[in-house]
Design a protein. Structure first.
Lengths: 345, 331, 422
């Protein structure tokens, strides 16, 4: 096997699974960087699942989707409604995760059906619009979603045979999310090499030719939307369970969708390992590197001096992030790890 | 929501007319930004996410002009009409030039090397430029002192109210102020000028040709690269005019105003048919009206959702936008 | 990938976590880092240091640092180290649940940390409170005012028990909660002769909460609330359409109440009121707007015709006496300007933290927490107050100010908690 053909994404997952088992490594990193690395990595795994969902729509099928945050939100709030004490359902975690994924997938089909005639950037705008409508619906329909206050508290998963305090040790959520990520990667791997995966590529390259070849583009597009939305919903479920509440409705808005898209394009569209890399770079910057840099700059400052805006790292965060995106696109426009069959133009 | 509609019916009839005025003025303002989006998209098929933030930087430039003339803060109150005229002239002349130059430069440096790259690469670069502009906006806010004091960088900034708020209509039930008149008075001539420009001048025709088919245009002897640069410059200038009008009439600027206005402007451009100039204006006016009527009829917190819901509905029935032409796919 | 490879992969994938989970008992807790230095005590603060709230949090941090400087970063034999954590990200421009949880996680794991000052937003507290509660870490907030965080029955269903998984109180605040501010604001309005009011809010936890409390009190004391309580979309440029609705309604209100902060467009509301011709009505805003940034964002001119009233916990800098006055003088000497509204809360929070550490005399979270909750009749910059059994301050001092356009600052009007009830 050539280096290229190795299942790098699974290898990375394997390494990450081994990471907490090395005694003292994680605690050591925690202490030097002063950031809870295990918890942060868990968040990255969840966002990776979200980005992989977006990858199905944008990378495999070539449809520009600017509203993946909405489906993330649908999965999140479905889980919330099913699990919080203020609602009578209070289902167990495995049921919640399945229902959340299916609900989000159904919503994906719902968004997809009327929009099949739309091309390119018009579709992008409709997905964006849907994302915004949903975000405001979440924010304003207080009777259902509790608005900006969020649904609180979401109990930790009670898995059979495991009686533990999930919030005491980061490893529970870490391995749960890593395992789900692993399964998602395997599933995507198989889909990519299946008939549907190849049909998606044909659709992406030339829709007209694909129709001429007898492919049912309607079913393919809907399937892509469904799978992408479903994965986003799955990520949403894990997100709120880890957090313990449904957070601020803004977390499911346009910002989330755009950051997911950036991760995807930076890492390499259509390439699972590329997506993982993109997520680690982009969100790793925001969640891990930025606080570390902030603390470092703080330590350089003499105690007691007035905090001036531009001496903090957080003031320059946006610019550093922006420049990184610009430079990355300038020198690697197809992403850092482009797909084997790159989407053309 | 039902209660709102009942209250709406009970209120005086003026609310319709006033909402109409509010909607049209906001729509006119949005059109200036939307035109920049649509022109750039028409020619390079790029959704320039940084365009809204370019508009935001234009507002800070205008504030800098005023600050240099000493017309910010307490100084604004004591300005003579001569000073005001000089201020207006400088703002309206210099801001579009600044925005045009900035937009053109960003194209040269960031987008030009990506002309042949996969389509999504310039999109992500535009997002990167947008973030950079936002940071510059924050920095700029802190650089312009107000009454000698530094303003917190991330806070909203007051833009001096140099235009009077006097009502031009005799009866005080309906308000059409000097500010509203300025908005209409500046945007309509610009839009007319732009339409004439694109239709009758050589550069305008070259722009249309490049938008239609860059290769054929090149074969016809059109310097495509220069035309693209000119389009970015003109789009930037339009945003610049928008900045001045916005600053003088809304009187609040800040590093985040680019996001929301850019989103609405982009929506307007697509709604009207992306690449289509009258379409962008139509889309902007529609959004302005939805905004003002929606706020009164359904509730302020639903306006944004309403705009997008109507957008989705329209696009489902007219997949290429209201005035967009159906592009026949060549096999 | 061949079928058998798939099965092998799934087997490995399932097996690995199973091995890890089962090994948990033997591994021992990975959670707390051993303390580096027995004589160092850390105080961390978690505030939004990126984005629009930065101006306010700068003043809070200055306040905390001043308190620590007064004791030269020492308490008994302990050296005090202060860390200023950010719970906001560049991408969002405001606090995020992940960052707040991460800050709480990190504080809990670092066994040198004895006090957690923060957060600034009520929404953020929901994330960090359960985490610190489980570790028994003392939290002192200088700005969270949603009543449900501490007061049973005053918040949503299940509050505040859901924030106290161990059942014990670990969250305290030096600022009076909104269940005090809202109603006192309404009483003040009544005393000014207000008969009708329109209520607006910014659709956020704090703003909506206090606007609702104001509205409920108005209904109780006979101020007629016109229309429904309306939430705004804070991303919009202006609210002309909303003002149009109010102006063309059945009657113009005597007072408009806006529940929000200067970051959530309070200044714009003031401007739009004047533009729509509503400057005959009064405007009242809560303490989230009690800062110069509010006046600056609206511009002084607006307040020449519009009377804007602000409620605020505690007394303004020129009215305080005793320790509060000393704080103001010191701040002016050090930074060259008057402290802003929240600076004194940050200072008091820092002082309380130091007091708790001093009283316990030990580097032990449970002891310090107990010492803090036992603080009674503390004479500080915010006056004389104690902590009650919920971790709330017993201070009921609330003041009302009006914006002075000539000075571009606030003028004290009345102390609201001692206003005669009509």
């Amino acid at each position: 096997m050539t280096v290229r053909k190795l299942p790098w994404d699974l290898i990375v997952v394997g390494l990450l699974a081994v990471l907490p088992l090395i005694p003292g490594l994680v605690t050591g990193i925690d202490r030097t960087l002063k950031v809870p690395i295990g918890s942060e990595l868990t968040t990255l795994f969840i966002m990776a699942i979200l980005a992989l969902g977006l990858n199905v729509v944008v990378g495999y099928t070539g449809l520009l989707h600017l509203g993946i945050g909405a489906f993330f939100g649908i999965g999140a709030y479905t889980t919330g409604i099913l699990m919080v004490p203020s609602y009578p359902f209070q289902v167990s975690f495995p049921v919640a995760i399945i229902v959340a994924t299916l609900t989000a997938a159904a919503a994906g089909v719902l968004l997809g059906s009327p929009t099949l005639r739309l091309r390119g950037d018009y579709l992008a705008l409709v997905t964006l619009g849907f994302g915004e409508v949903l975000k405001f619906a979440i924010k304003n329909l207080e009777e259902i979603t509790n608005g900006t206050k969020g649904l609180n508290p979401i109990p930790p998963p009670k898995l059979p045979g495991l009686d533990a305090d999930w919030s005491a040790d980061y490893r529970y959520y870490y391995f749960l999310s890593l395992f789900v990520l692993f399964v998602v990667l395997i599933v995507l791997r198989n889909i990519e090499n299946s008939r549907m995966g190849r049909a998606w590529v044909a659709l992406r390259e030339d829709e007209l030719a694909a129709t001429c070849m007898g492919l049912d583009t309607t079913k393919l597009k809907l399937a892509a939307f469904a799978l992408g939305a479903g994965l986003a919903g799955l990520a949403g479920c894990l997100y709120v369970v880890k957090l313990g509440n449904t957070a601020d409705p803004e977390a499911y808005g346009f910002n989330r969708s755009i950051i997911a898209l950036c991760c995807l394009i930076l890492g390499g569209l259509g390439n699972r390992t590329g997506v993982l890399l993109g997520v680690f770079l982009v969100l790793g910057f925001d969640n891990i590197l930025a606080p570390v840099a902030d603390k470092y700059m703080q330590s350089l400052r003499p105690t007691g001096a007035e905090v001036k805006d531009y001496t903090t790292f957080s003031f320059w965060r946006l610019m550093v992030f922006g420049l990184a995106l610009i430079l990355a696109m300038r020198f690697r426009p197809a992403g850092l790890l482009p797909a084997k069959r790159s989407p053309t133009g | 929501m039902a209660l709102d509609l009942v209250l709406f019916a009970q209120s005086s009839g003026n609310v319709y007319a006033q909402s109409l005025i509010n909607g049209l003025t906001f729509g006119a303002l949005l059109a200036l930004i939307a035109l920049g989006y649509t022109m750039v998209y028409g020619i390079v098929e790029l959704i320039n996410f940084a365009h809204g933030d370019l508009f935001m930087l234009g507002t800070f430039f205008a504030l800098t002009v005023l600050s240099t003339l000493g017309l910010t803060g307490a100084g604004a109150a004591g300005a003579s009409s001569g000073q005001l005229i000089v201020a207006f002239a400088l703002m309206i002349l210099l801001t579009p030039v600044f925005c045009a130059a900035l937009n053109w430069s960003v194209d040269r440096v960031v987008y030009k090397p990506l002309r042949n790259a996969p389509k999504l690469a310039p999109l992500v670069s535009a997002i990167g430029v947008s973030f950079c502009f936002m940071n510059v906006g924050m920095f700029w806010n802190a650089m312009i002192p107000e009454n000698g004091k530094t303003v917190p960088s991330a806070a909203d900034r007051n833009f001096p109210s140099l235009l009077s708020n006097d009502n031009l209509l005799p009866d005080n039930a309906l308000k059409f102020t000097v500010k509203d008149a300025v908005v209409i008075g500046v945007t309509i001539p610009i839009m007319v000028a732009l339409t004439l420009f694109v239709k009758y001048t050589r550069l305008g025709k070259a722009m249309r040709a490049t938008a239609q088919n860059p290769t054929a245009a090149q074969l016809m002897g059109i310097h495509v690269d220069r035309v693209i640069g000119a389009t970015f410059a003109i789009g930037g200038a339009l945003a610049g005019f928008g900045s001045v009008v916005f600053s003088l009439t809304v009187n609040t600027i800040g590093f985040q105003i680019g996001y929301q206005n850019g989103l609405y402007a982009f929506t307007a451009a697509v709604l009207g048919g992306i690449g289509n100039i009258p379409g962008a204006v139509l889309g902007a006016v529609i959004i302005g009206l939805i905004r003002s009527f929606g706020s009164v009829m359904i509730g302020e917190k639903w306006t944004s959702a309403l705009v997008f819901a109507i957008l989705i509905a329209i696009l489902v029935f007219r997949p290429t936008g209201l005035l967009g032409s159906r592009v026949r796919e060549k096999v | 990938m061949r079928r058998r490879h798939v099965f092998a992969a799934i087997a490995v994938g399932l097996g690995l976590p199973a091995v890890c989970f089962s090994g948990f008992g033997c591994k021992g807790s990975d959670s707390a880092t051993p303390s580096g230095d027995a004589s160092t005590i850390k105080i961390v603060s978690s505030l939004p240091r990126t984005g629009s709230a930065k101006g306010q949090t700068d003043t809070i941090v200055n306040g905390i640092k001043m308190a620590l400087e007064e004791v030269e970063y020492k308490s008994g034999n302990f050296k005090i180290v202060y860390e200023d954590l950010d719970d906001a990200t560049a991408a969002e421009g405001k606090w995020t649940p992940e960052r707040e949880s991460a800050n709480a996680d990190q504080a809990v794991k670092d066994s040198d940390v004895m006090v957690y000052i923060g957060p600034y937003n009520s929404g953020a507290a929901k994330n960090s409170m359960p985490i610190t509660n489980k570790a028994g870490l003392l939290m002192i907030s200088p700005a969270v005012t949603w009543p449900g965080m501490t007061k049973p029955g005053k918040g949503d269903h299940g509050e505040p028990e859901m924030y106290r998984p161990t059942g014990k109180v670990n969250f305290t605040r030096v600022v009076p909660a909104d269940d005090l501010q809202g109603p006192l604001g309404a009483a003040w309005a009544k005393s000014m002769g207000v008969k009708t009011a329109t209520i607006l809010d910014d659709n956020e936890v704090y703003g909506k909460g206090i606007a609702t409390l104001f509205k409920e009190r108005c209904e109780e004391i006979g101020i007629e609330v016109l229309g429904k309580q309306e939430s705004i979309d804070i991303k919009q440029n202006d609210f002309k359409s909303l003002m149009t609705k109010i102006v063309t309604g059945a009657a113009k209100p005597d007072l408009i109440y806006f529940g929000g902060t200067s970051q959530t467009k309070a200044g714009q509301i003031a401007k739009d009121m004047v533009e729509a011709g509503l400057d005959g009505s009064k405007l009242m805003v809560p303490d989230g707007c009690c800062e110069l940034a509010f006046i600056q964002s609206a511009g002084n001119d607006v307040f020449k015709t519009l009377k804007c009233y602000v409620t605020f916990g505690g007394l303004p800098p020129d009215q305080v006496k005793g320790k509060g006055k000393e704080f103001v003088e010191k701040y002016k000497a050090k930074y060259g300007k008057s402290p802003e509204a929240y600076a004194v809360y940050g200072y008091e929070a820092g002082k309380v933290a130091l007091e708790a550490i001093k009283r316990s005399g030990k580097k032990d979270r449970a002891e310090i927490l107990k010492a803090c909750l036992s603080i009674k009749d503390y004479d500080g910059a915010l006056g004389k107050w104690s902590f009650d059994e919920n971790g709330d301050t017993t201070s009921r001092t609330m003041s009302g100010s009006i914006v002075n356009p000539a000075k571009g600052d606030f003028d004290f009007v009345a102390q609201l908690d001692i206003l005669p009830v009509k």
